[in-house]
Design a protein around this ligand. Structure first.
Ligand code: NAD
Ligand code: 13P
Length: 342
């Protein structure tokens, strides 16, 4: 049987991975050539973004300057994008996954396999207080889900500068199948049997990235940044183990762990906006609109989600860095408290 891949999402990262996946499916006989990509339709200079992508083969809004392979077909209809697919790649900002899953319920093949590239969690009234995105996909659509996460700033990946990434799997065959559509000589995939560890690393590092930006804005220097990264890694591991005892220590040494934390505290959007929050005094919401051109900040909302869980469970004192970052983002705490309160 040949596999048919569909991409759900077409932002900065979605478009960068479209370039990789579109290229890779052409290399192997067991993948169909065409890859549909769901685009949340919008107008760019009076034209539909889908039409621009399908004629110029470039996502001029979210990944300008990078040519996409011609077998990537932008589609504004989510159901049409996915109805004949056997492999689904979820790559929308985390706040939109619930609505995507709701629309897809009952509309996809039960034989589909999924992978999430999304860094975030879903707030949920269960024992943990949150649900993993891979669990949300599995539970709502009845299909297995892997997770891909790593030190992967989209533009650098799209420019084919060497980096690594991590795929977490429950079923090794699924892990290897997804490895085939993502691995390239400049985007090196390592697969590990730890979906939860890979996913929590990706979600939690976005909170710590805000911390990295705050210390940059405060001009505290490299030693302070390294301290934030170290404490951040410690809290990420502690949180993951507290909620999921099976998460592996080795996962934190993969690209999805320490490497993503380093890259995101050096060059990510969360870092950039947090630095501007210190230097301008503007709110994160306003800066997201002014600085990101439609791209979405994931760290502030994840900080809020995690703070909700920590405070409900009386755990704030055990996670001082994540708690302080939340308070700076949402309770007008002066940014300098990032080093005073941890
Ligand atoms: P983005 O922030 O660049 O773009 C936002 C996207 O959301 C756009 O495609 C926009 O059309 C879409 N959108 C807006 N409103 C919507 C709605 N109501 N419903 C559905 N979609 C809507 O997106 P991205 O960078 O591709 O991020 C997707 C995920 O990938 C995130 O979880 C992010 O953390 C993760 N990620 C990003 C990078 C990166 O460097 N950009 C790298 C690795 C992982
Ligand atoms: P930002 O969302 O902060 O840009 O991080 C991108 C990323 O996840 C790099 O691995």
């Amino acid at each position: 049987m040949t596999e048919k891949v569909a991409l759900i999402g077409s932002g900065n990262w979605g478009s960068a991975v479209a370039k990789i996946v579109g290229g890779n499916v052409q290399k192997f006989d067991h993948f169909q050539n065409e890859v549909k990509m769901w685009v949340f339709e919008e107008q760019v200079d009076g034209q539909n973004l889908t039409e621009i992508i399908n004629t110029k083969h470039e996502n001029v809004k979210y990944l300008p300057g990078i040519k996409l392979p011609e077998n990537i077909v932008a589609c504004p209809d989510l159901i049409k994008t996915c109805e004949d697919a056997t492999m689904l790649v979820f790559v929308v900002p985390h706040q939109f996954v619930a609505s995507v899953c709701k629309q897809l319920k009952g509309k996809i093949s039960p034989k589909c396999k999924a992978i999430s590239l999304i860094k975030g969690v879903d707030v949920e009234e269960n024992d943990n207080g949150f649900r993993l995105i891979t669990d949300m996909i599995q539970d709502s659509l009845g299909i297995r889900a892997c997770m891909l996460s790593g030190a992967n700033i989209a533009t650098e990946v799209a420019e084919e500068r060497f980096c690594e990434t991590t795929i977490g799997y429950r079923n090794r065959e699924d892990g290897e199948l997804f490895e085939a559509i993502f691995h390239t000589p400049t985007f090196r995939v390592n697969i590990v049997e730890d979906v939860v560890g890979v996913e929590l690393c990706g979600a939690l590092k976005n909170i710590i990235a805000i911390g990295g930006g705050l210390v940059d804005g405060l001009k505290l220097g490299d030693n302070t940044k390294a301290a934030i990264i170290r404490i951040g890694l410690y809290e990420m591991r502690k949180f993951a183990k507290m909620f999921y005892a099976d998460v592996r220590d080795e996962t934190f040494f993969e690209s999805c762990g320490v490497a993503d934390l380093v890259t995101t505290c050096a060059g990510g959007r969360n870092r950039k906006v947090a630095e501007a929050h210190v230097t301008t005094g503007k709110s994160f919401d306003q800066l997201e609109k002014e600085m990101l051109g439609g791209q979405k900040l994931q760290g502030t909302s994840t900080a809020k989600d995690m703070y909700g869980i920590l405070s409900k469970k009386g755990l704030c004192k055990e996670f001082p860095l994540m708690t302080t970052i939340y308070r700076i983002c949402y309770e007008d705490l002066p940014p300098i408290r990032i080093v005073e309160d941890i």
